[in-house]
Each structure stands twice: as structure tokens, then as C-alpha cells.
Ligand binder design. Structure first.
Ligand SMILES: [Zn+2]
Length: 338
């Protein structure tokens, strides 16, 4: 028997969260043509060129050609953590990323957020403001997933003295000081526990992974520099009570070849199987907006085929919000029911 589109819209279920983890590749795919003004969204290997750091490195006799940006940063940090160059790099990175602006039409990140529900989580490693700004512009329309910042972000600031995190550019309500911008670049030996705010976010991710129905990992490259993050993800995922999980399912969105993907993520799925796609729009979330867990549940538990209900990609916010209305109306009924 087929679960029709209509059926899926009308009958949401109270299932556990869908957790999505975004790496740099996600922002790259979402903004292939750059931001509103066409400014490039650089990946780590593009940073030196895009931020024009060549002159700064030359001035300080730092060899940068064919070298990895994070490694250079780590080396400078090791020799002097208070170095003026580090400060200059931090400022340049912060200035560049904070100026990036969302295109006015709905983007992949708007589609992602609106396709998930209030019970879900989106954890991001990205510094750029796109997910945050997309969250803000859709906030009062429909319940959105909870955002978790696994690295710093240009839109966040904090007051260390009063343990307050808030929007960058705003003031600490206790001391009236401007919030300090959140740290963006970490030396390669990342230590997430040292940063009070980031460590709280990682705790939230641990909770999310422990309670998730399924996870989607989008554009996260577990390279050497991200090894610590990868190991933590794996640890949290495995630590969760496997017996209580109805089934194991992980979806990976990545441009790499299938074999490389399998090699990279096989430890996550010793028993289950890996769903793998290159394009976000071919995955579960945008093809079953606000019903991603249901779309996995019916086939896995009852062997039923689920009809697709793809989110309209090329339409205005107004039409998109209208299109989503029946989905949300059924959700409201579900949570009103005792
Ligand atoms: Zn304060």
C-alpha cells in the first residue's frame, strides 16, 4: 500500500527529532552563486585568496603558498597566541563573513528550515550568517528547528563575565557592554570544552543525537582539522541507546564519490545502511517537508512506499508559506490531541 501525499500531509506522527549537521559544503551548495551581491562564500582552501591575506602574510614573512590556512593559523597561534597577525586575520574574516547577505528569494537554507519542525535540530559548523539570517526571516511564520552553533558565528556575541550569549551588535543586559564577537577560527587542535559557549552548544548536540530518529549530514568534510569534531559526533551517536532506536538511518549529502563517503562514515552505521545523495533537493527533507521522519518510518516499519511531496523550489516566500499551511494545520491538530 502506498502512503499518499495527502495522507502524509494530514497524518503527521509524534516521532523523535530529525537532526541535521551542516558543514562548509552546505553553505557552498546553498550559495553557489555567492550572496545577494554575488560575493563568494569561501571554503577553507579559498580563504587566503578571497580575503586577500597574501599581503598580510608577506609583510610578516609567513610562507603561505600551497599551505593550508588552518595550519598556518595554528602555527602562528602556537608561537604567540596574542599575536597581532592573528588579531588582524580574525578581524578580516569577521568583517568579510558578517557582510554576506541572503538573497531576497527563498534559498536552500529557507527550504531546509521550513521543511523541518519545532522538534528538530540543525547543528552548524559554519561561520557565515546565512542560516541565522534565514532563521530570523522565517521565525514568525512556522515553528522552526532549534539551531545549534558548533563553531562560532558572525551573528553571535557573548559576555564572558555574565555568561550571556546573544546577537552580535547588542549589549549585555547585566553590564551594558557590547557583546564580544564569537571566536571564529580555532587552531587545529580544537578544544571545544575550553570555550564556555561552544561547549554548551555541544552539550545540546549530544542531547539531540541521543534522541534523534535520524540524522542528515550535509557538506561536512571530516578532514584532519575536523577530526575532533568527527570523533565527537561518532561518540555521541554511538553512545545513544541503540536498543531504543527503531532503526538506524543516516543520510549523507556530499559531492564526493560514494566509496569515499562510505569510507568516511561507515563507523556511524555498523548495521544499518547509508543513504547518499550529492544534491540536497534529492534528499528526504525537501521531498517530504515537515514529514521527513514519517517518510522514513512508513517504509522501514511497514514496508510501505511513500509518495513524494517536494517543496516548491522556485517560488516566492508568500507562495511558499501558503503551500506549507496544510502541513502545519495538521501538526497543530496532532499536538492539540491528548
Ligand atoms: Zn556582561
Amino acid at each position: 500500500m502506498i502512503i499518499t501525499r495527502e495522507n502524509l500531509i494530514k497524518k503527521p506522527m509524534k516521532l523523535k527529532p530529525h537532526t541535521v549537521i551542516l558543514g562548509a559544503g552546505a553553505s557552498k551548495q546553498a550559495f553557489l552563486n555567492g550572496d545577494e551581491k554575488g560575493s563568494e562564500v569561501p571554503l577553507m582552501p579559498d580563504l587566503i585568496r578571497v580575503l586577500e591575506l597574501e599581503d598580510l602574510f608577506s609583510k610578516h614573512n609567513i610562507k603561505y603558498k600551497d599551505k593550508d590556512f588552518e595550519k598556518i593559523y595554528s602555527l602562528i597561534s602556537k608561537s604567540n597566541p596574542q599575536s597581532e597577525i592573528l588579531h588582524e586575520i580574525d578581524t578580516k574574516v569577521h568583517t568579510y563573513f558578517s557582510k554576506l547577505k541572503l538573497p531576497s528569494k527563498p534559498t536552500l537554507y529557507d527550504h531546509l528550515l521550513l521543511s523541518l519542525r519545532g522538534k528538530d535540530f540543525v547543528a552548524t559548523f559554519n561561520w557565515d550568517p546565512f542560516l541565522y539570517d534565514s532563521y530570523v526571516r522565517n521565525l514568525n511564520k512556522y515553528p522552526l528547528p532549534r539551531i545549534i552553533h558548533l563553531h562560532g558565528n558572525v551573528r553571535l556575541g557573548y559576555c564572558l563575565k555574565h555568561s550571556i550569549m546573544g546577537d552580535y551588535g547588542t549589549f549585555c543586559p547585566d553590564c551594558d557592554e557590547l557583546l564580544t564577537p564569537s571566536k571564529l577560527i580555532y587552531p587545529t587542535q580544537k578544544n571545544y570544552d575550553e570555550d564556555e559557549f561552544i561547549s554548551l552548544e555541544w552539550n545540546l548536540l549530544e542531547y539531540a543525537l541521543n534522541h534523534s530518529f535520524t540524522i542528515t549530514i550535509f557538506g561536512f568534510n571530516a578532514s584532519d582539522t575536523d577530526r575532533e569534531a568527527y570523533n565527537r559526533l561518532l561518540y555521541y551517536w554511538k553512545k545513544s541507546n541503540l536498543d531504543s532506536r527503531e532503526f538506524e538511518s543516516i543520510e549523507i549529502i556530499d559531492k564526493k564519490d560514494e566509496l569515499d563517503i562510505y569510507e568516511q562514515w561507515k563507523d556511524f552505521l555498523p548495521t544499518g545502511h547509508l543513504l547518499y545523495k550529492k544534491d540536497f533537493y534529492d534528499t528526504i527533507i525537501p521531498n517530504h517537508p515537515r514529514r521527513s521522519c514519517e517518510a522514513l518510518y512508513h517504509p522501514k516499519i511497514y514496508g510501505r512506499i511513500v509518495e513524494k511531496n517536494p517543496i516548491p523550489k522556485e517560488c516566492s516566500f508568500e507562495s511558499l508559506y501558503k503551500w506549507l499551511r496544510p502541513l502545519y494545520a495538521s501538526e497543530l491538530k496532532l499536538y492539540q490531541k491528548k
